[in-house]
Design a protein around this ligand. Structure first.
Ligand SMILES: Nc1nc2c(c(=O)[nH]1)N[C@H]1C(S)=C(S)[C@@H](COP(=O)(O)OP(=O)(O)OC[C@H]3O[C@@H](n4cnc5c(N)ncnc54)[C@H](O)[C@@H]3O)O[C@H]1N2
Ligand code: MOO
Length: 387
């Protein structure tokens, strides 16, 4: 995480900012609501008059958007619509359905009225100058609406990183290619690109290369201006697993190689010229997905000042025996466990399987020190689409 830093800051139109991440704190430009606002269609009056008066003289009408009036006469009321400014002097709005209007006089049902009833008081939502959104807030539907209310047609957001993906492997073909029995279509670059799209990040380029050192090298060299470079395949112990060596030859300084988790163990991470961070992922599709959720996503979020995705503790609906000495991540789907939501394990034969993982809602964690998880044991769960 030491390598995590923002990719710059830019000012963009609010209309184009959905799902981007704020790079500034946002303050209220005025009180919200900016005036005492009626929450109902009805009559505005003085609370202290309601005890003494049986009937109120109707002296005017307030529509939303009308200039603020004042209520001067004792025992009078002003008809008011939802959203309209409550006249100065009034501190109670009684709903139209609790009233009766006859010959310019209004009678109200005898109910237990409260002072300020049906009125949103000036500044009760936010005071002028108060911080209403923190830097590193994701601009979603409600924050977008708030920014519009504050008159923020332009917002400062974190710039998005330039990301490229290189898929390595003699057997790897493009999705549009026909394949021979020994060949495999590249799926990892699509998986990784989709994950990045959760953060509005489009992939700058996607390359397929064989296991030949020179080919891997020239692909890496051609992507020097990237902020993030992702490679898949060729990081393990095989005779054609040259990726770590070639990355080092290209001047990418290794930070670590191999992690204490399964799947995803052979992951390699390095940095070039203090600019490009490089994740070289294991080729197996499930390992690749786990690597994104466990390493790339937390890194990306830290760059934007976001906390790691929230994990949820949920009970397992069946036992699970550990297969290694490492912490294990296993795909699960959410389902009912008695009357409570629980995690159903998805059967898969290993990290090379594609189809079963598509039925999962996320990954559950089997701690390294626990040999067997029992039915009903609570485990950490990371949903595929983080919160
Ligand atoms: N002797 C050892 N062998 C292996 C070890 C080990 O510790 N000792 N680790 C295993 C583990 S764990 C993993 S994970 C894999 C990772 O190997 P690589 O990163 O070198 O990946 P490849 O060998 O290139 O490919 C593995 C697998 O994934 C398929 N693949 C590769 N790229 C793609 C892609 N873009 N789209 C779809 N599928 C892809 C590839 O065809 C292979 O089937 O190593 C174990 N071996
Ligand atoms: O780490 Mo490998 O990713 O177990 O299949």
């Amino acid at each position: 995480m030491k390598q995590a830093r923002p990719f710059g800051v830019e000012t963009i139109l609010l209309s184009e900012s959905y799902d981007r991440i704020l790079a500034e704190d946002i303050y209220a430009d005025r009180d919200y609501p900016p005036f005492n606002r009626s929450a109902m269609d009805g009559y505005a009056l003085r609370f202290k008059d309601i005890e003494k008066n049986k009937e109120f003289r109707l002296v005017g009408e307030m529509l939303a958007g009308g200039l603020i009036k004042s209520l001067k006469e004792v025992g009078s009321c002003i008809k008011i619509m939802t959203g309209a400014p409550v006249p100065e002097g009034a501190d109670l709005v009684i709903r139209v359905e609790d009233s009766e209007l006859k010959d310019g006089m209004v009678k109200f049902k005898s109910l237990p009225y409260r002072i300020w009833q049906n009125i949103a008081i000036k500044g009760e939502d936010a005071k002028s100058g108060e911080m209403v959104l923190h830097q590193s807030t994701i601009i979603n539907a409600s924050t977008s609406g708030l920014l519009a209310s504050l008159g923020r047609n332009n917002v400062r957001v974190y710039s998005l990183p330039k990301v490229s993906i290189i898929s390595t492997g003699n057997e790897i073909k493009a999705v549009e290619d026909s394949v021979l029995p020994h060949q495999i279509r590249d799926s990892n670059s699509y998986t990784i690109a989709s994950f990045f799209q959760h953060y509005n990040i489009d992939i700058a380029s996607r390359k397929l290369v064989s296991d030949r050192r020179e080919e891997i090298k020239s692909a890496i060299e051609s992507l020097k201006n990237m902020d993030i470079l992702i490679l898949s395949g060729g990081v393990s112990m095989g005779d054609a697993d040259f990726v770590p060596e070639v990355l080092t030859e290209c001047g990418v300084k290794a930070v670590f190689h191999k992690v204490q988790i399964k799947p995803g163990k052979p992951l390699w991470f390095g940095v070039r010229d203090n600019k490009t961070v490089v994740f070289a992922l294991p080729g197996n599709p499930v390992s690749c997905q786990v690597s994104f959720k466990v390493f790339i996503e937390p890194f990306l979020r830290a760059c934007f000042g976001l906390p790691p995705c929230q994990t949820i503790k949920l009970p397992l609906t069946s036992i699970r025996k550990k297969k290694s000495t490492f912490e294990e991540y296993f795909p699960c789907t959410l389902g009912l466990f008695g009357s409570q939501t629980g995690l159903h394990q998805i059967k898969n034969n290993g990290s090379g399987d594609f189809t079963s993982i598509t039925r999962s809602s996320g990954l559950a964690i089997h701690p390294a020190e626990v040999e067997e998880l029992k039915e009903g044991d609570f485990v950490e769960f990371i949903p595929w689409r983080g919160i």
